[in-house]
Design a protein around this ligand. Structure first.
Ligand SMILES: [Zn+2]
Length: 433
């Protein structure tokens, strides 16, 4: 994938082009249609995965609009891109291996694919955006040749140390052609939670198609827009996620690049995700499963096959903000202390949209050593080691990665010893004692 503004323009050309683009048009990332219709406007927010260190606290931080549109032509829900992908992802702070449940998910996926496809020592699996090797390690363990592609050098390095071969590159049609020319097309191409982060969607999907062997299988996992709307997961909207997919739009995008969807599974990960199975359009060896048609019908029943179905989301999001603020302000007025748990990207969106700073949430904690000693973007809520909770005994712990709430409430169950309670803000404010 080649980020738009790294193409062979000179700097002044690039700035002039960008100004002109912003003045007159906002083309849809997939179909090019003009974007006019707001899905939700979350105001201005800093980049959610750039955690300032103590030395950065007196520096300016860029804020960008979190204004989401729905394309009236193809119904792709999307943000405009405000930063180059290189800026956002070259020193990415998200290490997948710090979540136990995510690792279990990755191991199960590998076992399932080894059996279903099947995969063996003569197969080849490629993961796009392979992060720290959290998933491919299970293929490597079973002797299945694998290759990761990961643009963030600091994260890729961890994968290589684990024995997972990894190319430090952005993925797109160019890289796929290079690999194909070396005879390195794959039996399985997979992309977990990467599609949303792709600025040049058409180039990326073209690359996936090129990389597949004639009877190869592509699997893509991404948060399902149907669930995002239904479960009010507005905090999963952030600058690093440019697009939000329904099953219908993802199918259209794959079809536009010679791929055919033949199966789909609904997963509990990331608040409700889809795993879409696709193959080359001309591959007759796979039959389309009934689940495919059933899911199109489910989306249509929710009104998401028409632009009108995207109209009421903004109102429910505002209600969530008011409820959370009411609760936190009342708790603080009563002299209660509130700490956060986790420093995920979604935490930045939630805290900024709700206007929550250190006056309401004193600090947060995270298991990732990379984040400890740093600060949440923008509001500079400090991030500590989870032991801090035991030391300071807060009255409430606000769980920011609510998708992992069961795991976290189990790990942190000891807060009940001093009467501590958990706050889960999404889908609606819930207090657990
Ligand atoms: Zn469109």
């Amino acid at each position: 994938m080649k980020p738009i503004n790294s193409m062979s323009l000179t700097l002044s050309d690039s700035i002039a082009t960008r100004k002109a683009v912003h003045a007159v048009q906002k083309p849809c990332r997939f179909c090019g249609h003009q974007l006019n219709r707001t899905f939700v406007d979350l105001g201005m927010s800093p980049l959610c995965e750039t955690y300032p260190g103590p030395q950065d606290l007196n520096r300016m931080e860029p804020y960008y609009p979190l204004h989401v549109y729905v394309c009236e032509q193809c119904l792709l829900v999307q943000l405009e891109q405000y930063e180059s992908a290189e800026h956002i992802f070259s020193d990415y702070a998200y290490f997948s291996s710090y979540s136990d449940s995510w690792l279990r998910h990755a191991r199960n996926y590998c076992e399932q694919m080894i059996e279903r496809l099947p995969l063996g020592p003569d197969s080849f699996a490629v993961e796009v955006a392979s992060n720290d090797g959290y998933l491919l390690q299970y293929f490597v363990e079973r002797g299945i040749p694998a290759l990761g592609i990961e643009p963030a050098a600091n994260v890729a390095k961890v994968a290589v140390e684990k024995g997972v071969p990894t190319l430090i590159r952005f993925f797109g049609a160019d890289l796929a052609r290079d690999l194909a020319a070396q005879g390195r097309c794959a039996d399985l191409v997979l992309g977990n939670n990467v599609l949303a982060q792709v600025p040049d969607l058409n180039d990326f999907v073209e690359g996936l198609q090129i990389l597949l062997k004639p009877t190869g299988v592509l699997t893509l996992e991404f948060p399902h827009l149907l669930r995002l709307i239904e479960r009010n997961e507005f905090d999963t909207i952030y600058h690093e996620h440019f697009s939000y997919f329904s099953f219908l739009t993802v199918t259209r995008i794959l079809e536009a690049h010679g791929l055919k969807v033949f199966d789909v599974e609904e997963l509990a990960t990331h608040g409700g995700s889809l795993r879409v199975y696709a193959c080359r359009a001309e591959d007759r060896s796979k039959s389309v499963q009934p689940k495919v048609e059933a899911l199109y019908r489910q989306e249509a029943a929710a009104g998401q096959d028409q632009v009108a179905g995207y109209q009421s989301f903004a109102k429910q999001v505002r209600q969530t903000k008011w409820d959370l603020l009411d609760f936190l302000i009342a708790a603080r007025r009563e002299g209660k202390s509130v700490a956060g748990y986790g420093a995920p990207g979604k935490g930045t969106t939630l805290l900024h949209y709700c206007g929550i700073g250190r006056d309401l949430v004193e600090y947060t904690v995270d298991r990732s050593p990379y984040k400890q000693g740093r600060f949440m973007p923008g509001n500079h809520i400090p991030i500590y080691h989870p032991d801090r909770i035991q030391e300071t005994r807060p009255d409430y712990v606000l769980i920011l990665p609510w998708n992992l709430k069961d795991e976290i409430m189990e790990q942190m169950g000891f807060i009940r010893e001093w009467g501590g309670r958990f706050i889960v803000p999404i889908p609606e404010l819930t207090i657990y004692s």
